[in-house]
Design a protein around this ligand. Structure first.
Ligand SMILES: [Zn+2]
Length: 399
């Protein structure tokens, strides 16, 4: 390796480290002196890095408020508000969300729209159309796309291996978007992304290990250690909704019998309250059950209680399996727990081994209702920040 390429590599590495620090510290604020200290470089090197990244329009520098300490005033470094951003997309059964995220991790302009067709080709065209529309209105440069997918995903290629509610199998979503948008694209399972965000920034932030459970129509989750999902063979872990904690005679869309998710999701709750979900919006019906239960309606309260018991039994089994420091719930399962925590905890206790019962992990509500789409932005942004020259590269196919 030549000296020139070594110093170029070192420069790229230092830029990446500085940018990652500015990204992670955006909400707290960061001075140039702190940047030097945390990167363990001299103040001269830090000043050169800041000048470099400012010239690239990735960060800005301004005079920091006086600290009262002696010496020259330092300057504050922050993400450039006109710098590049990434688009974050969430794809679920019947709906689609899109938002923007710049360096610093603020999620902006989140919008939801219907995804009318489950047909993979038509759905991918619709996703493309929504992304194109959003990109055409941007004043900042779009550097990449992160997708949170409700289904099993091959992390390496972004292929959707199985999405039971959309009826997708082996759909090349990542490849399709990379080609049509000419940008770096990552696709990841929605619950895995939610787990990463809650463990790094949310309700599991202070804990070593976290068990995360998120429910829309399906129920997925993840087990994290120090902010990262536990590794697995192909990344197809955390499909807790397809554990057999449900009725063993009932077949799930995933192909298995007795899945937990079809016994606890919003359809199950509405059915437990005697509502006909065939022609209605099951999500709206579940909200109705929660409301009626809160008003003291007997049938709705019993439906909530029995569904909470099924949720609790499963959570107790997961405590036996994972022994987590905390359980974090998001979406419909969070609403269930909030509606009747005592019913969840009673069933949870009954399902745990005696040794666990003296000190059960707390069950908390997630901090972010947008954890998955937020995670999609964080993941692509983290990847781009690790190589700032890619972050600054023009799109392959200007669209
Ligand atoms: Zn299943």
């Amino acid at each position: 390796m030549s000296t020139a390429s070594t110093s170029a590599d070192l420069r790229e590495l230092n830029r990446a480290r500085a940018l990652a620090l500015v990204h992670e510290s955006a909400s707290l604020g960061l001075t140039r002196v702190e940047l030097a200290e945390q990167l363990d470089v001299t103040r001269t090197t830090a000043a050169a890095l800041v000048t470099d990244l400012s010239a690239l329009r990735l960060i800005t520098e301004s005079v920091a408020a006086p600290t009262g300490r002696r010496g020259r005033p330092t300057t504050k470094v922050a993400p450039d508000p006109d710098g590049p951003l990434v688009l974050c997309v969430e794809v679920g059964h019947g709906h689609l969300q899109i938002a923007e995220m710049g360096i610093g991790g603020q999620l902006d302009n989140r919008a939801e729209m219907p995804l009318d067709s489950d047909d993979p080709q038509q759905a991918m065209e619709r996703i493309d159309e929504v992304i194109h529309q959003r990109r055409s209105g941007l004043t900042r440069r779009c550097a990449g796309i992160g997708v949170a997918m409700h289904g099993l995903v091959d992390d390496h290629t972004g292929m959707v291996v199985q999405a039971p509610y959309l009826g997708w199998e082996n759909v090349e979503l990542g490849e399709h978007l990379r080609h049509s948008q000419g940008l770096p694209v990552i696709v990841e399972n929605d619950a895995t992304l939610g787990a990463i965000v809650e463990s790094k920034l949310g309700a599991g932030r202070e804990e070593h290990t976290m068990l995360y459970l998120r429910s829309t129509v399906g129920v997925g989750g993840g087990f994290t250690f120090e902010g990262k999902p536990a590794p697995s063979r192909r990344g197809w872990h955390g499909e807790f909704g397809h554990l057999p904690f449900g009725n063993p005679t009932e077949r799930c869309r995933c192909g298995a019998f007795g899945c937990w998710e079809i016994a606890v999701n919003h359809i199950a709750l509405a059915e437990a309250a005697g509502l006909d979900v065939r022609n209605g919006d099951a999500n709206a019906l579940a909200v109705e059950v929660f409301q009626k239960a809160a008003e003291g309606d007997d049938i709705s309260s019993k439906a909530v209680e029995s569904t909470c018991a099924i949720l609790g039994r499963g959570l107790g089994s997961l405590i036996n399996a994972f022994d987590p420091d905390v359980i974090v719930l998001s979406g419909h399962v969070q609403s269930l727990h909030e509606a009747n925590p005592a019913a969840v905890i009673a069933a949870l206790k009954d399902a745990t081994m005696t040794a666990h019962r003296e000190s059960l992990p707390p069950v908390r509500s997630g901090r972010f209702d947008d954890a998955s789409i937020r995670g999609a932005g964080e993941m692509i942004l983290t990847e781009l920040i690790a190589s700032p020259s890619v972050l600054l590269a023009p799109p392959e196919d200007a669209s």
